[in-house]
Design a protein around this ligand. Structure first.
Ligand code: 5AD
Ligand code: SF4
Length: 433
């Protein structure tokens, strides 16, 4: 059987698609060259905002003609929307064969290959399922992401994740290290640890800080990244490791959500704006080029003009390297869904746009500050605009385009001097041979 997996959503979904690919391949399936030549199409979906679900439904419905062409084709919807919408997906899109939630992926080979199931919807939570011992298929030959923690124990009032992903489940360190070792043996040198609140990781006496230290002792691991940490779980032990271990990259994606303490409280974020700023200061005190990116929601229920101004002030003050900026989307089932929204869609959009303009200018300034720096780049791919040029990433997660003077491959490290900036793009020239 030939399979095709279409992934929407976050890195956790990318990882799960790798997990599904490996499960299917160990049951004898092969990756299809294209969706048209597949006998099995899996959509791995996201629910974080309403728009994500609308996009997923629209994407899936585009595949209906393939089912007509090949009546043996099986179509499965997995991921967060599978859990959130369940049977409703089959009602709206009857050509979908199965809907399978994030805790039931091991059922898929059996359902498909043995045609065992009479049931079409498998979305129960399984508090013990954390895919211990299952390794994902590598996403790239040079970098791997590994989910070390599934689910979330926080109850941010706007967030659907705990409802679709369940409670926090951490993998054993030994299993995480074995998966990394396997990836390193295949040539990977960059490791990204994943979790909804990744720095809350705790398992059998292991903390996130001690896990990072262990990962760094694996020969062949050159760069360690992680996403997404929660500001509440920064302690001295962690800050110390982050700033002293040279393999841990100087970039963090640290979600702020709002600069107003009243909003943070209402969001149940468990930190204040000042506490957030003290983490930023600690990280940048040792390295002013420590890159900090963030997530910000505009137009949360009850957000006043003053609350929003506090977010803008914090953004101006912090100088985030970049930000994902979202318009608040009320998600059914969450705490804040129950409240009547105080702002119109137009007002939410206008705040969002104001924020985007300010942050974009800061992002530009942060890029410009990289001018003249000598950076080691991890090679990712040839440039799409000019195949003679390559794209690589700095340790602090900036993309740099340059023309190599020797043959390079994905996963190589090349040192460049950043000496040109065109729009948003940093450009460099090779230093040395
Ligand atoms: N509306 C808008 N943005 C949201 N996020 C999570 N839930 C919502 C929501 N209901 C954003 C947060 C989070 C990121 C992954 O998505 O900023 O950090
Ligand atoms: Fe990832 Fe959350 Fe979207 Fe699920 S809802 S795919 S966990 S971002």
């Amino acid at each position: 059987m030939n399979y095709h997996i279409a992934t929407l959503g976050c890195q956790m979904n990318e990882y799960d698609s790798g997990l599904l690919a490996r499960l299917l391949e160990s049951s004898g399936c092969k990756a299809a060259a294209s969706p048209e030549s597949a006998d099995l199409i899996i959509f791995n979906t996201c629910s974080i905002r309403e728009k994500a679900e609308e996009t997923a439904m629209a994407r899936i419905s585009q595949f209906k003609p393939l089912k007509h062409k090949n009546p043996n084709l099986k179509v499965i919807v997995v991921g967060c929307m599978a859990k959130n919408k369940g049977r409703e997906i089959i009602k709206k899109l009857p050509f979908v064969d199965y809907v399978i939630g994030p805790d039931s992926y091991k059922e898929i080979p059996e359902i498909i290959l043995k045609q065992k199931a009479r049931e079409r919807v498998f979305i129960d939570f399984d508090e013990d399922e954390n895919y211990q011992g299952e390794f994902a298929k590598l996403q790239t030959p040079y970098s791997t992401s590994i989910t070390i923690q599934r689910g979330c124990n926080k109850r941010c009032s706007y967030c659907i994740v705990p409802f679709v992903r369940g409670i926090e489940k951490c993998k054993d360190a030994i299993d995480i290290l074995a998966e990394i070792q396997e990836a390193v043996d295949k040539g990977v040198s960059e490791v990204m640890l994943l979790g909804q609140t990744v720095n809350a990781y705790k398992k059998d006496g292991e903390t996130f800080a001690s896990l990072l230290e262990k990962v760094s002792t694996i020969n062949g691991v050159k760069r360690i990244r992680f996403i997404s940490p929660h500001p509440k779980h920064y302690n001295d032990e962690l800050l110390d490791v982050l700033l002293s271990n040279s393999k841990i990259c100087h970039h963090v994606h640290l979600p702020l959500q709002s600069g107003s303490d009243a909003m943070l409280k209402k969001m149940r974020r468990q930190y204040t704006a000042d506490q957030f700023l003290s983490i930023v200061e600690a990280l940048r005190s040792k390295d002013p080029f420590y890159a900090i990116t963030t997530d910000i929601i505009s137009g949360f229920v009850g957000e006043t003009e003053e609350d929003f101004e506090k977010t803008l002030d914090l953004v101006r003050h912090t100088h985030f390297d970049n930000a994902f900026m979202y318009i608040y989307s009320a998600r059914k089932g969450t705490e804040s869904f129950k409240e009547i929204e105080s702002l119109s869609e137009a007002e939410k959009l206008s705040r969002h746009q104001e924020l985007v303009v300010i942050q974009n200018e800061i992002t530009k300034q942060k890029n410009e500050a990289m001018y003249g720096r000598i950076e080691e780049l991890l090679m990712e791919r040839p440039s799409t605009k000019d195949p003679d040029e390559w794209v690589g990433k700095t340790g602090n997660f900036k993309k740099v385009v340059f023309k190599p003077n020797t043959i390079v491959r994905p996963g190589d490290y090349v040192t460049c001097k950043i000496n040109d900036i065109r729009g948003w793009t940093l450009r460099g020239t090779v230093v040395g041979d």
